[in-house]
Design a protein around this ligand. Sequence first.
Ligand code: PEP
Length: 248
Amino acid sequence: MRKKLVAGNWKMHGSLTDNAALLSAIKPALAGMEAVVCVPFPYLAQVQAALSGSSIAWGAQNLSDQPKGAFTGEVSAAMLLDFGCKYVIVGHSERRSLFGETDAVVARKYVAAQAAGLTPILCVGESLEEREAGITERIVARQIDAVIEAAGVASLARAVLAYEPVWAIGTGKTATPEQAQAVHAFIRSKIAALNATIADGLTIQYGGSVKASNAAELLAQPDIDGGLIGGASLIADEFVAICKAAAN
Ligand code: PEP
């Protein structure tokens, strides 16, 4: 059976004080349950100290596609490993739209993450205009194909995919369970056409305004294997309730 996995994306939020409170609330509440928090780079050491030995893994929200060198402001996969990261988000829509990350850049980051032994959480998803133009599947397929071309379909055995419709991220608008399921099923069938075993084992998260109040119905869909959670991951009770909904 596929693994259900909930990951929090703290984005550019947090402080040493706020993080300490959040971590000390979610750690006991999620004892024994697998979950992930992806935090800003400066807080990786704090999260490592707080979560080591717990069932909650941690990761970053971005990485360089380069291993080292004169790349001011960049952070390499090896540096993330130094802080115990297991996961790294790659190709989040905010990276694509605000920081100009193309499919090719995202694919290189995915390759760099896996080469170092990190598990990329690869984000894909269409904008509102693309959905309204009826080209959701074409967009998502293009984003996934870039990674398959760079790393091969077998690489998806060491990755998590997150379907995040851009119009649902941070907007309070959630895709209906049926809308989300339709895209998840499309993604799985597309990958199954290349390798059925990989497709069957692939964890495909849904992301986009997931909250405690809508998590259960989204997570009940057959091809939704967890969530990538932004805003609600900053609220301990919300994040814990979503993780518990995934575990049920
Ligand atoms: C995200 O950041 O990936 C996300 C889905 O954000 P939110 O849950 O706030 O929509």
